[in-house]
Write a protein of this length. Structure first.
Length: 129
């Protein structure tokens, strides 16, 4: 039995955070959830094997980093950490910019979120059958 893969999930929506954490946390993956990117960045020394990152963050009365800035900081720390971006945006220019910057995958927050996320995760951690 191999060690569990450490996965960070970063999203300011508690519903999405809980949903993704419940779906991914299990025999193969250990999930650590963060509401904001700053918290995730402070924990990068734990060397996650995947980060699932929201694109837009909002915190009432406080400035917080956006997903793109967090992504850039993650890649500055270790360019080999794969990042899957989650977003309610399906604008082509956003997806293109992220692809150019080296995002592993882009998953839109819609009714297919979990299915599409699982496909993206399996692309990063292929099952050894």
């Amino acid at each position: 039995m191999s060690e569990k893969k450490l996965v960070f999930i970063v999203d300011d929506d508690p519903f999405i955070l809980n949903l993704v954490q419940k779906r991914l946390d299990g025999d193969e993956m250990s999930v650590v959830a963060f509401s904001y990117g700053e918290e995730c960045l402070e924990q990068l020394s734990r060397n996650p094997e995947l980060i699932v990152l929201d694109y837009i963050f909002y915190k009432k009365d406080e400035e917080v980093m956006g997903g793109m800035e967090i992504f850039n900081r993650i890649k500055e720390y270790n360019e080999d950490i794969p990042v899957i971006m989650l977003s309610g945006q399906d604008k082509g220019d956003v997806v293109l910019e992220l692809a150019r910057k080296g995002i592993e995958d882009y998953v839109i927050k819609d009714e297919s979120l979990i299915d599409n996320l699982m496909i993206a995760v399996e692309g990063i951690f292929p099952k050894n059958d």
